[in-house]
Design a protein around this ligand. Structure first.
Ligand code: ZN
Length: 330
């Protein structure tokens, strides 16, 4: 298939994230980015070569030529993703909204319920987690507390959108659990640090955002390496992991390799979701409105991320619910 590069190979690791580091995972955007690199990169590269040759030809050293030669090309490559506009198409990498293969209630083992207010946040596992260290797949939290949980995945695309969302988070003290794909963190580490500093935490969303149920996927590399990188960058080792696209749970494929890898990498909560806010719309799975214990999925790259946050706060308020740290309940 044409998307085999998503899973393995040096291209996926070295080339793909480099080309689309701010554009989010996804095949169409990649071809966009690649086309842009071709269109912009080749002419500018030729100009750079000509310039380099002009410098070199008169007699000066080749070291000058080398530095002049490479930088314009490199700039084009790194700048392309930032310049890539977000067309009307939302990100193809979006996790599915539809019904999973297995009902959430069936797929979820019983989830720890806690009324403890001890926010452990970034600093580590909650008491509930330490009391139940076995691996658990969680779609929603079984609780009677008037709370719901806000989780946000992937990477930034638009700084204005990100800033507007951060302002809401600050103003409302919203605990955000961020699931980050390490190849796309880029220069946004400070942002993720701050946006999760209101009772939330930074958790594992793999290195390259692969489909785990596709042949060639390497859950050990994806999960363990992301653990190491997130710990090194943000100071805490994650203990939750959200599988990209919700796989293998949406398709009903065998989860044993993912779960084995997660457990051996130090993850003991695989976190799915029971509601999605995307592009200003909300959908519930199951149910028709926000309920206590719902885990709501957002994406940092959603062009209406801030509006969606405000919307879910309003819906929560109408239903008597407030966002709480997921960390305290898992
Ligand atoms: Zn994702």
């Amino acid at each position: 298939m044409g998307v085999a590069w998503l899973d393995t190979g040096s291209w996926a690791i070295a080339g793909y994230p480099y080309l689309v580091s701010h554009a989010g995972p996804g095949a169409p955007r990649t071809s966009w980015g690649r086309a842009a690199v071709l269109v912009l990169g080749i002419p500018l590269g030729l100009v750079a070569l000509a310039f380099a040759f002009a410098l070199w030809a008169p007699a000066s050293g080749s070291s000058d030529a080398a530095t002049v030669d490479t930088s314009p090309v490199a700039e084009v490559v790194t700048a392309t993703p930032d310049l890539t506009p977000d067309p009307a198409t939302p990100d193809p990498a979006t996790e599915p909204i539809g019904q999973p293969a297995a009902e959430p209630s069936a797929a979820a083992s019983e989830t720890e319920t806690s009324t403890a207010a001890s926010t452990t946040g970034r600093s580590g596992r909650s008491e509930a987690n330490r009391a139940n260290p076995a691996l658990d797949v969680v779609w929603r939290v079984e609780t009677d507390d008037p709370v719901f949980f806000i989780t946000v995945d992937d990477n930034l695309r638009d700084q204005a959108v990100a800033d507007a969302a951060l302002q809401l988070v600050r103003d409302n003290d919203i605990p955000i659990t961020a699931f980050l794909t390490t190849n796309y963190v880029g220069d946004d580490g400070d942002y993720f640090d701050e946006v999760t500093s209101f009772g939330g935490s930074i958790q594992n969303h793999t290195v390259t955002h692969p489909f785990f149920n596709r042949a060639g996927a390497d859950p050990y590399f994806e999960i363990c390496t992301a653990q190491e990188r997130l710990a090194a960058q943000f100071g805490d080792t994650p203990w939750m992991m959200r599988p990209p696209y919700g796989e293998p749970y949406f398709s009903g494929a065998d989860p044993s390799s993912v779960e084995g890898a997660a457990a051996s990498c130090g993850v003991n909560r695989i976190v799915m979701w029971s509601a999605v806010v995307d592009n200003g719309n909300v959908s519930y799975n199951p149910g028709t409105t926000l309920q206590p214990g719902d885990i709501v999925l957002f994406h940092f790259w959603d062009p209406k991320f801030a509006e969606g946050l405000q919307m879910i706060l309003d819906i929560g308020k109408a239903n008597g619910l407030t966002p709480a740290p997921l960390e305290d309940y898992l």
